[in-house]
Design a protein. Structure first.
Length: 676
C-alpha cells in the first residue's frame, strides 16, 4: 500500500540540512537518471514514476529515505517514504497527474529511532538489562514530539511516558509498538541527512505521446476524380475513411507551396515536364514558405475546417516539419545569409553523394545570424500550433544541430506542453537516441529492417528492457513514402498483414503510409526501397474500395489496440519460446494481470508454419487443471489451452497471426462457468 505523501516547503528543508558535521550517508545509483541528470526521462499523464537508489552509511545504523518530487517551479516538495529492497537499495514512486515538467530527488538520513528499536529488540530477546536503553528511547520520542506538534506530538508524549513508566515488560511493549514506529518515521530526525546532489527531471506528456495509431496521406492524391489533384477539402471528405480504420492521427506531408526551380519529375527524375507537381519537401515558392498553404490544396480556412472536422471524429492532424527550402523560398531572397555558399557564390544545394537534390537548399544553423534564424523556425511551429496543430513529424532532424532541437522543443513546450514531436531519423543508433533525449516525444525506429524472429526479439528487448526505454519511444511505421522494404516488395498481401500485426502490437505507437499499405502495393524502383511512381513526385489516384484491401483488418486491429490496455505501453513486452524460428511469440500484460495479450505471428509470408509455443503459466497465474481460454481477437475463434505447451498453425492464405486475449474461468453464484 502506498504511503501517503507529505509536503515540505523547500526553505524548511534547506534549513534542516544546514550546518553540522558532513553527512555519514551516501546516496548514489539513482534510477532513472539520464546522462548524469542532464536530461529528463519521459512519462505520460497517469504514469507512476518508480525511483530507486543505493542508500548506505558506515556502521550498522538503520537508514531512512524519502522520494521527493514537485512540479517544476513549485515552492513545495511532496515526499513519500522509500521501501527497502535489500542490499542497501531503496525504492519509492510517485504519480504524475499533469502535462509538463516534474522534478524529483532522494533524501536519506540515519534513522536513530529505528536503529535504537532494532537493538532494543535484540537485547530483550537476549535477556539483557534494558532500563538505560528505554530511557534513551524515551528521550528520542520526546524530541520527536517537539518536532511533530499537534495530535502526533501529543501521541508521542504519551508514548514517551509509557516507555519510562510501569513494569519492564509493559515499557518494552510500548517501545516496540508498531504504531509508534510509524509515527516516529513520519517525524524522523533528519539532521545529518544527505540530499542527492542532483535534481532530476521527468517530462510528462499526454497519452498520445505513447499510444496512438498514425495514418499518412498525401492530400494531393486524395481526389475522388482522376482528372484533378486532391485538396484539403478532399482530405476532409476522406476523414470517415480514416476514422473507419480507427486511426488516432492523420499525418500530412508538407502542405506548403512547392518550388519551381530544379523541380523533380516522376521517380525523382531531374527532368520535369509541365504539370509535374514536384516534391512537397522542396518547400517555398512565390506564394510563400513554411507558414503558407499550397494554393492548389486550398486556403487556411479549408485547413482550419479540416482540423476541426478531424477533432470531432477523435483524430488529430499531424503536420510535417521539414526545415529546408527550395531555391524559390522567400527566405532565400530575404535572408541569403541563412544558407551556405560555394566558392563561386552560389548557394549550396543538398547532397548525399552520389545523390543530388538541386531542388532543396539546406539551412545553415551556424550562420552569423543564427539567433534570428532559430527564432523564425520556432515561430513556424508556433504558427501551426495557433492553427490547432499540436502533433508534428519532423523530417531528418539528425541533419540539424542537436542543441537547436533542445532549444526549439523546450521553447514550444514551455508555451504549449501538449505538443508532440516525432523524430524521423533513420540514422546511427546513438544519434537517434540523443535526439530522443533532446526532447522528441517519439522516434522512428529500425523496425522496418527487423524481419526475422531473432532480429525482432533482439531489437525489441533493447527498446523495452534497457535504459533506452526511459527516453526513446518508438513509433513503428510499417512503411513510409521513402521505404518499401523488400519484405513487402516480394511477400504479397500476407507480408503486409504480418508487418501490420507486428507493428501494432510490438509498439504502443505505430503507423502506416496509405493507401499503398492497405492496398498492399509492393512495386518498387528495381534494386531500391523507393516506391515505383512514388507520390513524392506525382499525383496518384487510389481505389480505396478495392475488395482485396486490408482496410477491415486494420480497423479490427486498431479496435483491439484500443480495447486492450496491455497494448497501450511497451514495457511489459516479453518474448517466449517457440520451437520454430519462423514464428515469434510474445506477450503484453497490465501490472495487475487483468489484461493479458499473447501475439503469435509467422514471419514467413509464403508457407504454412506450425510450432509449439511455451506459455509462462506461472508468471501469469494460469496453472491448474481447468486450463485457460485464449480468444483470437481477429477471427473471434476460441481455444481451451492447458499447461505451458500448446500447438499453433499459421497459414498466410487465411491469416498469418493470432492476437489472443487470455481469459480465465470464472464461477458465478448460479454455478455457471464463463471466461473473462
Amino acid at each position: 500500500m502506498r504511503t501517503k505523501e507529505k509536503r515540505v516547503p523547500e526553505a524548511a528543508e534547506k534549513k534542516k540540512s544546514a550546518g553540522g558535521a558532513p553527512s555519514r550517508v551516501i546516496v548514489e545509483g539513482v534510477e532513472p537518471e539520464i546522462d548524469c541528470g542532464a536530461l529528463p526521462v519521459k512519462r505520460v499523464v497517469g504514469d507512476t514514476v518508480v525511483v530507486s537508489a543505493d542508500v548506505h552509511a558506515d556502521g550498522h545504523d538503520r537508514l531512512g529515505a524519502v522520494l521527493r518530487w514537485r512540479r517544476a517551479g513549485a515552492a513545495e516538495w511532496s515526499e513519500a517514504p522509500m521501501r527497502e529492497l535489500g542490499n542497501d537499495r531503496f525504492e519509492g514512486d510517485f504519480t504524475v497527474t499533469d502535462v509538463g515538467r516534474y522534478e524529483y530527488g532522494v533524501l536519506a538520513w540515519i534513522d536513530r529511532f529505528a536503529s535504537w528499536r532494532r537493538d532494543l529488540e535484540k537485547k530483550t530477546k537476549a535477556g539483557q538489562d534494558v532500563r538505560v536503553d528505554l530511557a534513551d528511547g524515551a528521550a528520542l520520542v520526546s524530541e520527536a514530539a517537539q518536532r511533530a506538534g499537534g495530535a502526533d506530538g501529543k501521541t508521542l508524549e504519551r508514548s514517551a511516558r509509557a516507555i519510562l513508566e510501569g513494569a519492564a515488560e509493559s515499557r518494552v511493549a510500548s517501545a516496540l509498538d508498531r504504531a509508534l514506529l510509524e509515527t516516529m518515521t513520519r517525524h524522523s530526525d533528519r539532521r545529518g541527512g544527505c540530499n542527492y546532489g542532483k535534481t532530476l527531471a521527468v517530462v510528462v506528456e499526454r497519452p498520445l505521446a505513447r499510444f496512438g495509431a498514425w495514418y499518412e496521406m498525401f492530400p494531393r492524391s486524395a481526389s475522388p476524380d482522376p482528372k484533378r489533384p486532391g485538396t484539403l477539402r478532399d482530405v476532409e471528405a476522406l476523414l470517415p475513411y480514416v476514422a473507419s480504420m480507427n486511426f488516432d492521427v492523420l499525418y500530412l506531408p508538407p502542405i506548403h507551396p512547392i518550388g519551381v526551380s530544379h523541380r523533380k519529375g516522376p521517380n525523382n527524375s531531374v527532368k520535369c515536364s509541365p504539370g509535374d507537381p514536384g516534391s512537397p519537401w522542396a518547400i517555398g515558392a512565390k506564394e510563400g514558405g513554411h507558414k503558407e498553404i499550397h494554393p492548389a490544396l486550398g486556403t487556411i480556412e479549408d485547413f482550419r475546417k479540416l482540423v476541426a472536422s478531424a477533432k470531432k471524429r477523435g483524430i488529430e492532424i499531424a503536420l510535417d516539419i521539414a526545415f529546408q527550402c527550395s531555391p524559390d523560398h522567400p527566405y532565400v531572397r530575404e535572408h541569403p545569409e541563412w544558407f551556405r555558399k560555394r566558392s563561386d557564390g552560389t548557394i549550396k544545394y543538398a547532397e548525399n553523394p552520389p545523390k543530388k537534390y538541386q531542388d532543396i537548399y539546406p539551412i545553415d544553423f551556424e550562420c552569423e545570424d543564427w539567433p534570428a534564424l532559430w527564432n523564425e523556425l520556432r515561430d513556424v511551429i508556433l504558427h501551426w500550433v495557433k492553427e490547432g496543430v499540436t502533433v508534428f513529424r519532423v523530417d531528418n532532424p539528425h541533419t540539424k544541430p542537436f542543441r537547436f532541437w533542445q532549444w526549439l522543443i523546450g521553447e514550444v513546450k514551455e508555451r504549449h506542453p501538449e505538443t508532440i514531436f516525432l523524430s524521423e531519423a533513420f540514422t546511427r543508433p546513438k544519434v537517434m537516441q540523443f535526439l530522443a533525449k533532446a526532447g522528441f516525444s517519439q522516434s522512428y525506429s529500425y523496425f522496418t529492417w527487423r524481419n526475422t524472429r531473432r532480429e525482432i526479439e533482439t531489437y525489441f528487448r533493447e527498446l523495452t528492457q534497457t535504459k533506452v526505454r526511459e527516453y526513446l519511444r518508438p513509433n513503428l511505421f510499417a512503411n513510409t513514402p521513402d521505404i518499401l522494404h523488400e519484405y513487402l516488395q516480394f511477400g504479397g498481401r500476407a507480408a503486409f498483414a504480418i508487418r501490420l500485426v507486428l507493428a501494432s502490437t510490438l509498439g504502443a505507437s505505430y503507423g502506416i503510409y496509405g493507401p499503398p499499405f492497405e492496398l498492399a502495393v509492393g512495386r518498387a524502383v528495381p534494386g531500391s526501397e523507393e516506391y515505383q511512381d512514388s507520390e513524392k513526385y506525382e499525383v496518384r489516384h487510389w481505389n480505396r474500395d478495392d475488395p482485396a484491401s486490408l482496410r477491415d483488418v486494420i480497423a479490427r486491429i486498431n479496435a483491439i489496440r484500443r480495447d486492450n490496455p496491455a497494448l497501450h505501453s511497451d514495457w511489459s513486452l516479453r518474448f517466449h519460446p517457440v520451437d520454430n524460428d519462423k514464428i515469434v511469440f510474445y506477450s503484453k500484460a497490465t501490472s495487475d494481470l487483468s489484461n493479458i495479450v499473447f501475439v503469435i505471428a509467422s514471419v514467413d509470408p509464403h508457407h504454412v508454419q506450425t510450432g509449439n509455443v511455451r506459455v509462462p503459466v506461472a508468471e501469469f497465474g494460469l496453472e491448474g487443471p481447468e486450463g485457460y481460454q485464449v480468444h483470437d481477437l481477429v477471427s473471434d475463434a476460441r481455444w481451451l489451452w492447458h499447461g505451458d505447451r500448446n500447438t499453433v498453425v499459421l497459414d498466410p492464405e487465411t491469416f498469418p497471426a493470432h492476437i489472443l486475449r487470455v481469459r480465465r474461468k470464472v464461477k458465478t453464484e448460479r454455478d455457471f462457468d464463463y471466461y473473462m
